[in-house]
Design a protein around this ligand. Structure first.
Ligand code: NAI
Length: 343
């Protein structure tokens, strides 16, 4: 299975290690370094077969290449997977993370990690004991949800400008779905900008005084902007005809159910901010603070760049008569090709 996967992948390098002490497989996939060292989180998960973990790392590393390119982060795309027989705890977890840290360190910075599924900032503190290329520890880079939320805010402003002619949010209704690390600060920022904020969460206790929409009523609720900040796949063949918004712009990964949904929502007259463009603020925050030593003003300036990137994508899409998702892919491909040519 590994052989087939490796032959069918267009990435630069896959590093594979079997960790006999724990029975875990470590997969570090460096998809592209055309725009800089490969960045992307480490995921720890139980898979049915080790090959499923490698396939996941390959697919996710490719997505990181595209995300980094549109974020202008001077980073390529990578992703690591620790495919474990069961999620380890205590000392066994610590020892596995330390051995993984040595593997990443041995790559000399060509792959740089942050957290992903089942990897906490405290886990990254352990990795950082033996590895210099770690972002998003408890001390290093802060909570990326804050940068992601700011980026989404800039993206919503740019999207509102494209549809209504002005980025002013006063009186615009925005429905934020999911009040977690991204949605909660986003709802606060939107209210501070004068927007009418509606919120929804499966845990109503997370609501901090905004008008609440029941989770199963989100899709049919009238608003200017629907901002999915919880789970993916909410913009699909079933939901698109029922959406009562002009714009979809939120942080959730993989918002479209499938590629055909980009055309469906365009035909429905709904503007879509491609998820990996509008949710790049966390990456910008981590690279900006940790590597570039930015202060808040510099970071805010870079996060505002997400709005500029979306303005360009919307313009390109209109000019070429294509979807915003296709225009974003085109922009990423151009930047990666330029980076590769300049190397
Ligand atoms: P989180 O886990 O902190 O918060 C998610 C929130 O959504 C929770 O309050 C949860 O109760 C709620 N929720 C779950 N299912 C729901 C449903 N069906 N309807 C309504 N609410 C629901 O997650 P976080 O970090 O805020 O991320 C949100 C989304 O943004 C995720 O899809 C994540 O992959 C994506 N994202 C997050 C980034 C970050 O920096 N935290 C960066 C890029 C993407």
């Amino acid at each position: 299975m590994f052989e087939e996967l490796l032959k069918g992948w267009d990435g630069e390098q896959a590093v594979i290690r079997y960790d006999g002490a724990s029975g875990a497989w470590m997969f570090v996939c460096i998809h592209s370094t055309a725009l800089g060292p490969a960045g992307g989180g480490t995921r720890m998960r139980v898979y049915e077969r080790p090959g499923d973990g490698l396939a996941d790392a390959m697919r996710l590393s490719q997505a990181m290449t595209v995300k980094m390119a549109v974020a202008n982060a001077n980073r390529g795309g990578g992703k690591a997977v620790l495919a474990v027989p069961e999620l380890p705890t205590g000392e066994a977890r610590r020892r596995l993370l330390l051995r993984y840290a040595e593997l990443v360190e041995s790559l000399g910075g060509m792959y740089r990690t942050a957290g992903d599924m089942n990897i906490t900032p405290a886990d990254l503190d352990v990795v950082a004991e033996r590895c210099s290329y770690v972002y998003g520890t408890t001390k290093n880079g802060g909570n990326s949800g804050i940068g992601t939320a700011r980026g989404v805010l800039h993206g919503i402003r740019a999207s509102v400008e494209h549809v209504f002619g002005s980025p002013d949010l006063t009186g615009r209704t925005v429905l934020v779905q999911g009040l977690g690390a991204v949605g909660a600060p986003l709802a606060r920022d939107l209210a501070a900008e004068g927007a009418t904020v509606l919120v929804s969460d499966i845990d109503e206790e997370r609501n901090d005084g905004h008008a609440f929409v029941a989770p199963d009523a989100v899709i049919g609720t009238e608003c200017d902007v629907y901002s999915p900040c919880a789970v993916g796949g909410t913009v699909n063949a079933d939901s698109i005809p029922r959406l009562r918004c002009r714009i979809v712009a939120g942080s959730a990964n993989n918002q479209l159910g499938g590629p055909a949904d980009a055309d469906r929502r365009r035909e429905a007259g709904i503007l879509y901010a491609p998820d990996y463009v509008i949710n790049g603020g966390g990456v910008i925050q981590l690279v900006g603070i940790v590597d570039n030593g930015w202060d808040e003003q510099e970071l805010e300036h870079a996060l505002a760049g997400i709005g500029d990137t979306l303005r360009r994508i919307y313009r390109d899409a209109d000019e070429a008569g294509i979807t915003s998702a296709a225009a974003a892919e085109r922009l990423a491909a151009e930047r990666i090709a330029t980076g590769a040519a300049n190397r």
